[in-house]
Design a protein around this ligand. Structure first.
Ligand SMILES: *[C@@H]1O[C@H](CO)[C@@H](O)[C@H](O)[C@H]1NC(C)=O
Ligand SMILES: *[C@@H]1O[C@H](CO)[C@@H](O)[C@H](O)[C@H]1NC(C)=O
Ligand SMILES: *[C@@H]1O[C@H](CO)[C@@H](O)[C@H](O)[C@H]1NC(C)=O
Ligand SMILES: *[C@@H]1O[C@H](CO)[C@@H](O)[C@H](O)[C@H]1NC(C)=O
Ligand SMILES: *[C@@H]1O[C@H](CO)[C@@H](O)[C@H](O)[C@H]1NC(C)=O
Ligand SMILES: *[C@@H]1O[C@H](CO)[C@@H](O)[C@H](O)[C@H]1NC(C)=O
Ligand SMILES: *[C@@H]1O[C@H](CO)[C@@H](O)[C@H](O)[C@H]1NC(C)=O
Ligand SMILES: *[C@@H]1O[C@H](CO)[C@@H](O)[C@H](O)[C@H]1NC(C)=O
Ligand SMILES: *[C@@H]1O[C@H](CO)[C@@H](O)[C@H](O)[C@H]1NC(C)=O
Ligand SMILES: *[C@@H]1O[C@H](CO)[C@@H](O)[C@H](O)[C@H]1NC(C)=O
Length: 780
């Protein structure tokens, strides 16, 4: 029955298609003009005088959606440059393009009548339709001579996604209608899509690409040459601003060049040039070329410099609005002025060279002012924040002023222009010193870590007041501090057991500061006072993972999506330490209390590299001092003091099972079988009751299989034998579900030394509560 229907449908389609195609082939005509009251049918084509362009009906392999458009006659595959009825295809019948007696161009759908109209209706005696060599489809008075043409209508006035040479983007400042590019919806649906490429005429005109009303990229302002490129040997760009109209267009220097500029369906502007050699369109300029082109990517009052790391920096005299976010590369908050402007007592300006000028949508301009007059004008207006030349040709002329915040400015290597940013005079004096200092520093080395004055840290922590104490880590107490500029820090005061010298320590800190990853706490620097050493970290407002997952109330704040994200984050941070960083660090004390949470609850591993710093460079060896925390230690480490990256994998496995169960490995005691968490998880696993391990926080069935997979990975990580545990890169893949998971066997566990026997092996029947990090000497 069903098959029968399909065959019938196929027949209908075949018939329909033949019906569409057959008669038109026989009547095929190539035309050069169409006069009033004449029409074109489906496979008639209108050809330009030089034969480059062709206009006619076409479809995208779907005869039920027919369009009238213009394409290159001899270029294959067919490249459409303009579509008349882009939103209203002829659906189901014979299509026809007609020039009526009033000079109006219409497309007629055999079953629906007129579905598209040029709406041009100036009464003339006789009009004709012609496709010009430029690709412009025009309706003109039949009598007018070919020179000094006044068109009744032209397709160039209604751009689609393509800007051809000679076509104009326009903004009529009086009556308002814009002519701009709009993307196609898909590569086979020319209907108006969500992206546009237009001239923004608020303030000094600039080109923007927008998604809906949101700006994505900004071409920049017209400074005399062109928006994006330097003077081009192929194209002549022109930009004309009058009181009534702003237009933008380009011309090719020679007629041999076939080029088009397209806003593609993803909002990417691209220029193509046809290559006879390769018989292909070569993309010459695709945007954006880098992250700095993303609109306002550094927030307000900042500068994007793609050659720096990080790429965003506050303008001189400005500081990040949100210090910690800024440090973790979230620049959206931008920067604020450090010292208020003092309009009456005189402010000054700081010059920036080779800049792409900031967003001009709230700017003011005057073509006649000189740069000096421009400066004076800016100083007179207390709201003016920057000025620049309008036109950089012939040594510069004209004046452009900004008010309020500076947005979307970037540094170019060798193009761009000068801009002058207003600052309080006191800042200017300060900055001169700073620049001097900065240069000196750059020559020394690019320090990532700062050596803080001890007094600064004492000040910041209120003399290490007990009220500032955040907790006690494995290596000493941690304090919260607030720097004079408001930045919050965490200060770890190392206990004095390390035998390391001061220079060694500084070097170690510098190395550790090179470890930078989204899932590692950032080390800012250190401070040293006699034999006392301190590490300074960024401050994490949401404390640590154990604070949430083991608390009945707070654990509700972490839903399953968040929990799995946190596990993924920890895995990536650990992978970075093990493999991706230059130092190849083994953490040795990974546990939930060492996983800190930032403002967005993104997990950050802390205390990494500390063990290394304390013990020097004994990679993958045995040590006579075991460090770590009971409950997270793998058997081989606790017993033999031998550690490797697989010891961290074990600890990671424990952390995973703790996050999922909401229970502490050491504190947990299964009442029935007297098992610890690993033993309990294993037992549930082999009895196929793994679901019962999941903490009592509601979840969707949809995420259940993910949670079970995470338990599975957790069990694989806590295998008795190190060689049976996966490495972190495998773990990351396994968590994603991109790798087949092996079957786990019974976990290993170090039970403690309760009665002078070290018990390891199976997930033993020991429940204990002690949880602090330990440093066992001579454990071997
Ligand atoms: C297609 O055309 C036929 C006859 O011309 C008409 O009956 C039918 O409604 C049309 N279908 C659509 C979707 O327009
Ligand atoms: C012509 O005018 C009609 C009615 O105002 C409008 O819907 C249509 O979009 C116009 N056509 C074009 C090509 O602008
Ligand atoms: C236009 O041409 C017609 C004949 O085709 C002629 O009668 C008429 O005078 C011409 N008008 C102009 C303005 O040249
Ligand atoms: C460049 O284009 C503009 C506008 O089309 C035109 O006025 C100008 O003459 C052109 N320059 C050259 C050198 O062709
Ligand atoms: C400066 O901005 C404020 C607030 O927008 C406005 O009230 C004031 O008129 C402006 N002053 C000048 C000189 O433009
Ligand atoms: C410590 O704080 C006081 C008062 O806030 C300040 O005057 C002093 O300069 C600070 N010292 C250092 C070294 O930061
Ligand atoms: C810190 O201690 C020093 C000396 O003990 C004392 O002079 C100073 O006032 C203290 N500062 C604060 C902020 O408590
Ligand atoms: C994380 O910290 C931020 C800022 O302190 C706070 O607004 C947010 O509620 C905290 N999140 C949780 C889950 O406590
Ligand atoms: C991690 O384990 C996988 C699978 O055993 C292996 O292919 C890969 O080479 C290992 N990666 C490293 C860096 O050891
Ligand atoms: C040591 O532990 C084992 C197993 O838990 C137990 O059988 C034994 O009695 C204990 N020995 C002492 C001296 O407590």
């Amino acid at each position: 029955m069903e098959n029968h229907n399909k065959v019938l449908m196929l027949m209908v389609f075949t018939f329909f298609f033949c019906f569409m195609a057959m008669p038109t082939y026989s009547k095929h005509k190539t035309l050069t003009t169409i006069a009033s009251n004449q029409f074109m049918q489906y496979s008639d084509t209108l050809v330009s005088g030089d034969g480059l362009f062709e206009a006619g009906f076409f479809n995208f392999r779907d005869p039920l959606r027919q369009y009238f458009g213009i394409w290159y006659k001899n270029i294959s595959p067919r490249t459409i440059v303009w579509v008349a009825n882009r939103n209203t295809p002829v659906q189901n019948s014979t299509a026809m393009l007609k020039l009526n007696g009033q000079g109006t161009l219409v497309i007629v759908d055999g079953s629906k009548g007129v579905i598209w109209s040029s709406n041009s209706s100036r009464i003339v005696g006789k009009s004709v339709l012609q496709l010009l060599d430029s690709g412009n489809l025009v309706v003109k008075d039949a009598n007018s001579s070919s020179e000094d043409e006044e068109f009744l209508w032209e397709s160039f006035d209604y751009p689609g996604d393509t800007l051809l040479a000679g076509m104009k983007l326009k903004s009529n400042l009086v009556t308002g209608p814009y002519r701009y590019l709009t993307s196609w919806r898909t590569s086979e649906d020319p209907a108006v899509g969500e992206f546009s490429y237009r001239i923004d005429t608020h303030g000094f005109p600039q080109q923007v690409i927008a998604k809906g009303t949101t700006i994505m990229y900004r071409g920049g302002s017209w400074n005399g040459y062109e928006f994006w490129q330097r003077i081009n040997r192929v194209l002549n760009y022109s930009f004309v601003i009058t009181d009534k109209e702003v237009t933008y267009q380009y011309q090719t220097w020679t007629n041999f060049i076939i080029t088009r500029f397209v806003l593609d369906t993803y909002g990417t502007p691209q220029r193509f040039i046809w290559s006879d050699w390769t018989q292909n369109w070569e993309a010459t300029a695709t945007r954006p070329i880098d992250q700095c082109e993303e609109y306002a990517c550094c927030g307000i009052n900042s500068n994007c410099n793609i050659n720096e790391s990080p790429i965003c920096e506050c303008l001189e005299g400005f500081t990040p609005k949100f210090q910690s976010k800024w440090k973790s590369s979230d620049w959206s908050g931008g920067c604020l002025r450090r010292t208020k402007l003092n309009c009456l007592n005189g402010d000054g300006f700081l010059k920036y060279t080779n800049m792409k000028l900031p967003d001009t949508s709230a700017s003011w301009y005057d073509k006649s002012l000189s740069l000096q007059e421009c400066k004076t004008t800016c100083l007179k207006n207390c709201n003016c924040t920057a000025y620049a030349n309008l036109d950089i040709r012939d040594g510069g002329s004209g004046c452009l002023l900004w008010f309020d915040n500076i947005l979307d400015m970037r540094k170019h290597r060798d193009q761009g222009q000068d801009i002058y940013i207003r600052l309080a005079s006191s800042e200017l004096g300060h900055i001169k010193k700073l620049f001097h200092w900065k240069q000196k520093k750059e020559n020394e080395d690019d320090d990532l870590a700062t050596i803080f004055d001890f007094s600064t840290i004492t000040n910041a922590t209120n003399n290490f007041s007990i009220r500032n104490k955040l907790g006690e880590g494995g290596f000493g107490p941690v304090y919260k501090g607030i720097m004079i500029d408001g930045q919050e820090i965490a200060v770890k005061r190392l206990s004095k057991t390390s035998g390391q010298g001061i220079e060694e320590f500084k070097n170690e800190v510098k190395l550790m500061a090179t470890l930078q990853h989204r899932n590692l706490v950032k080390l800012l620097g250190c401070s040293i006072q006699q034999d006392e050493k301190m590490l300074i970290y960024e401050f994490m407002p949401n404390r640590s993972l154990d604070f949430f997952i083991f608390d009945a109330m707070r654990s509700k704040l972490l839903d399953w999506t968040k929990r799995l994200e946190i596990i993924n984050g920890i895995a990536r941070g650990l992978l970075y330490l093990h493999q991706d960083s230059t130092l190849r660090i083994i953490h040795r004390d990974l546990k939930t209390s060492n996983i800190l949470l930032d403002i967005d609850m993104i997990p950050k591993i802390s205390d990494f590299g500390l063990a290394r710093s304390f013990m020097g460079d004994q990679a993958e060896a045995n040590t006579n001092r075991v460090m770590g925390t009971y409950g997270y230690m793998p058997p081989e480490y606790a017993v033999h003091g031998s550690f490797s990256i697989k010891s961290d994998v074990f600890s990671f496995g424990v952390v995973v099972l703790e996050i999922i169960s909401g229970r502490k490995n050491r504190g947990f005691c299964d009442p029935l079988h007297h098992l610890n968490l690993l033993g309990y998880a294993w037992r549930l696993w082999i009895e196929e009751r793994a679901k019962e391990l999941i903490a009592d926080i509601s979840y969707d069935e949809a995420i259940c299989s993910d949670i079970i997979r995470f338990i599975h990975v957790g069990l694989l990580c806590v295998q008795q034998k190190a060689e049976n545990r996966p490495n972190m890169s495998s773990v990351v893949f396994m968590l994603k579900g991109e790798k087949l998971l092996p079957t786990p066997s019974e976990p290993g566990f170090y039970a403690g030394r309760d009665n002078n026997t070290i018990r390891t092996a199976s997930s033993s029947k020991v429940c204990s509560i002690n949880e602090a990090s330990v440093s066992l000497l001579e454990a071997r």
